[in-house]
Design a protein around this ligand. Sequence first.
Ligand SMILES: NC(=O)c1ccc[n+]([C@@H]2O[C@H](COP(=O)([O-])OP(=O)(O)OC[C@H]3O[C@@H](n4cnc5c(N)ncnc54)[C@H](O)[C@@H]3O)[C@@H](O)[C@H]2O)c1
Length: 317
Amino acid sequence: MKNILIFGGSGFIGAEICNVLCSVGHVICADNYSRNEQKDSINSSVEHVECDVTDSTSVIGLCKRADVVINLAFINGTTNFYSRPRDVFKVALEGQLNVINGISRSNVERFIYASSSEVYQTPPNVPTSEDIPLMIPDINNPRYSYGGGKIIGEMMCKYYLPKEVSYQVFRPHNIYGPNMGFEHVITELIKKIYNANLVNGTQDVYKIELQGSGKSTRSFCYIKDFGDGFKCLWDNAANNEVYNIGTNQEVSISYLVEILSKIMGRNLTFDDIPLPPGSTTRRCPDISKLEKLGYTPKFTLHEGLEVMHQWFLKKYG
Ligand SMILES: NC(=O)c1ccc[n+]([C@@H]2O[C@H](COP(=O)([O-])OP(=O)(O)OC[C@H]3O[C@@H](n4cnc5c(N)ncnc54)[C@H](O)[C@@H]3O)[C@@H](O)[C@H]2O)c1
């Protein structure tokens, strides 16, 4: 049985990966528990170790126990990119450096790195395939501490990882599901709609703020579909390749709000507010590369949003 070491394994995506992989090996989940701790939803066979990925001694020590290493540890959440760019960049760079140094001093045979759709920023083609040029449009915009960190992380897989270690990079596109925290468009919107105030003089019309008139588009992938996609990558991916994981259903934020307003039973009106600087208006992955490995997302957006609403009510209603 292989030992699979997952840095950042106790987060939202990490919990799903721990659960997917616990039947194929002994999973060691290493996390500093700074965000989104999901221990309760992780299979009891998984071993938990407290470890900060910026602590080289701990990381190097843990890598000696592993056959496969996965690095998910990152400071996520758009608010953090703007308010804590130095921390974001530190965890991105020092973390990846320590993990690769740990791998270099051990018998690890395979490495998997979580990149992001943010490496495309404003892609020239939508749906966007993995070979589209990556970009950092403006290094003065703190937002790109995240996307820049991911691009460097990908380059380190290619040029810094020992050649005898195979690797895969995956780029998740807006994965959502219960327990994801509130720094994501779907949970932010559910919370906004739930807490919205009635418009003066009406009895059933509520008002919320909506960035950029809700015209931006994204695609949203339910966590169980992500888990299936990750398992396809685990089982069938080629060495040293990059894969998008998501769905290719591109929807506008206003369409997302329309579905949520029906599910939540609220008539809505909007106050238009500007998009934050550097946010992109259109993004959706081409997933054909992963589909060739057997991946087929199954959850409709409506089904996923129903689950999210029920989860929200159970937790906060
Ligand atoms: N969820 C998405 O839609 C999405 C999209 C694009 C990329 N990603 C990437 O996928 C990975 C997992 O994302 P997620 O949604 O599960 O985020 P998350 O924030 O829930 O998980 C990240 C985990 O890393 C841990 N962590 C943070 N700093 C650490 C440090 N210094 N040392 C050790 N652990 C640390 C956190 O405690 C958390 O458990 C991340 O690398 C993220 O950038 C996710």
